[in-house]
Design a protein around this ligand. Structure first.
Ligand code: SF4
Length: 353
């Protein structure tokens, strides 16, 4: 798939845009005043493969956590700032790797300009995070209701403001909870600007339905070559956001990371609780970085054949299981209860070679 060429920027050393691999990011959900819980969650996100971690900074005092996190975890931290521009200034003073502001909630050009000057002085990349619910009044005077065009106009206006002060390490997001509106906004912006794009569907919902909604919205845009970094927003553990993000990239063939499980839906031939086995296996291998296609099939008759393309796999029979590689059986008669662990051992061997 041909990706749209965007400018290259870096956030805490991570390249975004300019043809770099699409970056997966997420956001902390702990109270930023609780250092230990926030640190634990930051480490969990990093372990899951999260490449940029965003933290809400509701007050100036909250910025104290920035040097602490930066010392403890080696992952770029982005400060999420609304309403009070002084928090953005403070976060940059404390050495944050990037900031995300919503100019609509700051709603004052002089204050946004102060942020731009400080960003230039501290060389801090900035995401201009436009949101359909908070487009500034000045822009809304030209529109009957908030929508894609108003978000694009607001984004372009604020980009020009940053360019005026000489700071162009910017990326942009244009979010609405309605998928079509979001897609329209990104398409329109992408035609008019080459700044890198952070893509996501805001307030997508709970883990299962939110992941589907995000996969549709983010997937359609990525498939058109639009998007340089993604965040799947879910109501739940942010580790699921990272997992969902990699699934989207992997299924579109944009990035290959981790174990791709191919499992059959089961049918009347299945003589094992395949759903539990697959669920446990998925948990066990969630943090593997290396890409492998692993099949777990419910029967010996069709299993290896149906999953011929898998690097390795298991097929369960009435009393035992067989291990196969690329459709060829390499071990049979494996007691069912040992099968999952034998598969894992074999994967370890393949990865460590
Ligand atoms: S692999 Fe076997 S058990 Fe699974 S759906 Fe196909 S026929 Fe049924």
């Amino acid at each position: 798939m041909k990706r749209k060429k965007t400018r290259a920027i870096k956030v805490g050393g991570v390249p975004i845009g300019g043809g770099a691999p699409i970056v997966v990011q997420s956001m902390l959900k702990t109270n930023p005043e609780n250092f230990s819980e926030t640190l634990i969650q930051t480490r969990e996100l990093k372990k899951a493969g999260c490449e940029l971690v965003r933290i809400a900074l509701p007050q100036e005092e909250t910025c104290k956590i920035i040097p602490f996190l930066k010392k403890e975890v080696d992952v770029p931290i982005i400060g999420d700032i609304h309403f009070n521009h002084k928090i953005a200034l403070k976060a940059m003073e404390f050495g944050i790797d990037g900031i995300r502001i919503n100019p609509g909630t700051i709603n004052n050009l002089r204050k946004v300009k102060e942020i731009a000057v400080m960003a230039r002085e501290t060389k801090t990349p900035v995401r201009l995070g436009m949101n359909i619910g908070s487009i500034e009044k000045r822009v809304m005077k030209n529109y009957s209701k908030p929508g894609a065009d108003a978000m694009v106009e607001s984004a372009l206006y604020h980009i020009a403001l940053f360019e005026d002060v000489g700071w162009t390490e910017l990326k942009v997001s244009l979010k609405a909870s309605d998928i079509q509106e979001t897609i329209t906004a990104y398409r329109k912006f992408s035609k008019r600007s080459d700044y890198p794009l952070h893509v996501g569907i805001t307030e997508a919902g709970p883990v299962f339905s939110g992941a589907i909604k995000s996969a549709i919205g983010i997937g359609i845009l990525l498939n058109e070559g639009i998007g340089d970094t993604i965040r799947v927003s879910l109501t739940g553990n942010p580790v699921f956001e990272v997992i969902a993000g990699y699934h989207i990239l992997r299924d579109l063939g944009l990035r290959k990371r981790g174990i791709n499980i191919i499992s059959c839906p089961t049918c009347g031939r299945t003589k094992v609780n395949l759903a539990d086995i697959v669920e446990e296996f998925e948990k066990d291998v969630n943090e593997f970085d290396q890409y492998l296609d692993v099949a777990i099939m419910g029967c010996e008759v069709n299993g290896p054949g149906e999953a011929r393309e898998a690097d390795i796999g298991l097929a369960f029979g009435a009393t035992s299981a067989m291990l196969f590689k690329k459709g060829t059986v390499i071990k049979s008669g494996i007691p069912k209860e040992m099968a999952k662990n034998i598969l894992k051992e074999e994967i370890f061997n393949m990865i460590s070679k």
